[in-house]
Unconditional design. Structure first.
Length: 349
C-alpha cells in the first residue's frame, strides 16, 4: 500500500523543510523519524540572512537573537563584516526544530515514529522496510533522504563517497553558557588548533561551538583563548556538550532512481563558514521541485549550483586552516576587510 506521494526520511530541519515545501505544493507527505521533537544537534546555531529568509518563505519564524554580521578574531587581529541587506538570527537548535515541526503539522504533514532498516527500488516506487514490533514495509513513488551526516539511506543505496583519512578529519562540539551576549555578531575565535564559534541565541545565552581535530576539549579550547575565557568568566553551562563528525562527508551522487539526498545526507564539507542551514533549505526547495517535475537530473543540477560557493570557499578555508598558513588567516582578512566582507555576503545570501 502506498504510504504517501512523498516520503521524507529524517525529521531534522532540512527534512521538515522538505515536508513543508511538499505540503505547500499540494503533495501528501509522510516524515519517517524515530526521535521525538525537539531534536538537538551540535551546531553553531547562527542562521544566515538567506536561511532566515528561506524560513520566512515557508511560514516559519523562530524566536532568537538578531545577528548583524560575522567577526574573525585571533590574539592579535579582528575583522568584522555587518550584513548589508538584512540581519540573520541566532536560534537554539531545539527552538528551530520545534518551530519547523509545528509548521509541518500545521500544513498537514504526517509522521511515522520509526527508523528505516531497508530500501528497495522498483520501476515506479521505493519500498522501505521500517522497524516496528513486526518489521513492515511502506512504499512511495518518491523518497527524499534528509537523514544526516551519516545517512543510513545513503549507505543502503551504496552512495557513500570516499572516506577522509583519519588524520585529516575534523569534528565539532557545542555547549551553551548563561551570559548576556556582548555583541550582535557571530564571533569566530581562532586558536592555534581549533576555532570557537560564539553565537548569541537569546538575551541571556550564547552557544560556543568548537571545530577542530580530535581530541576536542571545550574547556581547554576556551581557556586557550584569553579574550573568550574572559568574556565567559564564571558563566554557568546550561547545556551538555554535544558532538558531531567527522564533518566531511562525500556522496557519489545526490540521486539514485527515485531517491534524492538533501541536507547533510547529500554531502557536507565543514561547518567553518556557517551556512549549512542556508544551503540545506535551498536543497529542500530544489528537491521538492524536482520530485514534482519527475526529473532527478534537475535536482543534481540545482544541487551543484546551490552548493558551489559553499564547497569551493569552505574547502579552501579548511585547507588553509590545516596548513602552515593558519596563523595568517585572521591577519590577512583584517588587512583586506573588503574581501572578507564580499565573501561573507556571498555565503550569507
Amino acid at each position: 500500500m502506498t504510504a504517501a506521494e512523498l516520503i521524507v526520511v529524517g525529521g531534522g530541519p532540512v527534512g521538515l523543510a522538505c515536508a513543508i515545501e511538499a505540503r505547500l505544493s499540494g503533495m501528501d507527505v509522510l516524515v519517517v523519524e524515530p526521535r521525538p521533537a525537539p531534536i538537538d544537534k551540535a551546531c553553531g546555531e547562527g542562521l544566515m540572512p538567506g536561511a532566515l529568509a528561506a524560513l520566512h518563505r515557508i511560514g516559519v519564524d523562530p524566536p532568537g537573537r538578531t545577528i548583524a554580521g560575522i567577526a574573525y578574531v585571533d590574539a592579535e587581529s579582528r575583522v568584522e563584516h555587518r550584513f548589508v541587506e538584512r540581519p540573520g538570527r541566532g536560534v537554539r537548535r531545539t527552538t528551530l526544530h520545534s518551530a519547523l515541526e509545528r509548521r509541518a503539522v500545521e500544513v498537514g504533514a504526517r509522521f511515522l515514529r520509526t527508523r528505516v532498516t531497508g530500501v528497495v527500488q522498483e520501476r515506479s516506487r521505493v519500498v522501505l522496510t521500517v522497524a516496528t514490533d513486526t518489521p513492515s514495509e511502506v512504499d512511495t513513488p518518491w523518497l527524499i533522504a534528509a537523514d544526516g551526516l551519516h545517512s543510513p539511506v545513503r549507505r543502503m543505496l551504496g552512495l557513500d563517497g570516499r572516506a577522509q583519512p583519519s588524520a585529516r578529519r575534523r569534528f565539532g562540539i557545542r555547549r551553551h553558557y548563561e551570559v548576556e551576549p556582548w555583541t550582535d555578531l557571530v564571533e569566530v575565535h581562532w586558536s592555534p588548533t581549533a576555532e570557537a564559534y560564539v553565537t548569541p541565541v537569546d538575551d541571556h545565552t550564547v552557544g560556543v561551538a568548537i571545530l577542530g581535530a580530535r581530541p576536542l576539549d571545550q574547556a581547554a579550547v576556551v581557556g586557550a583563548i584569553p579574550e573568550l575565557a574572559g568574556r565567559l568568566g564564571s558563566a554557568l553551562p546550561v547545556s551538555d556538550v554535544r558532538g558531531a563528525g567527522p564533518l566531511l562527508q562525500r556522496s557519489r551522487a545526490r540521486t539514485h532512481g527515485r531517491v534524492l539526498l538533501a541536507g547533510d545526507a547529500s554531502g557536507y564539507v565543514d561547518a567553518l563558514t556557517g551556512e549549512g542551514m542556508r544551503v540545506g533549505f535551498a536543497q529542500a526547495r530544489a528537491a521538492v521541485a524536482a520530485v514534482r517535475a519527475g526529473n532527478t537530473e534537475q535536482y543534481e543540477r540545482a544541487w551543484r549550483a546551490t552548493t558551489r560557493d559553499f564547497r569551493m570557499l569552505t574547502s579552501g578555508l579548511v585547507v588553509a586552516a590545516r596548513s602552515r598558513w593558519r596563523p595568517r588567516i585572521v591577519p590577512t582578512a583584517a588587512g583586506r576587510p573588503e574581501l572578507f566582507g564580499t565573501i561573507v555576503e556571498r555565503l550569507s545570501r
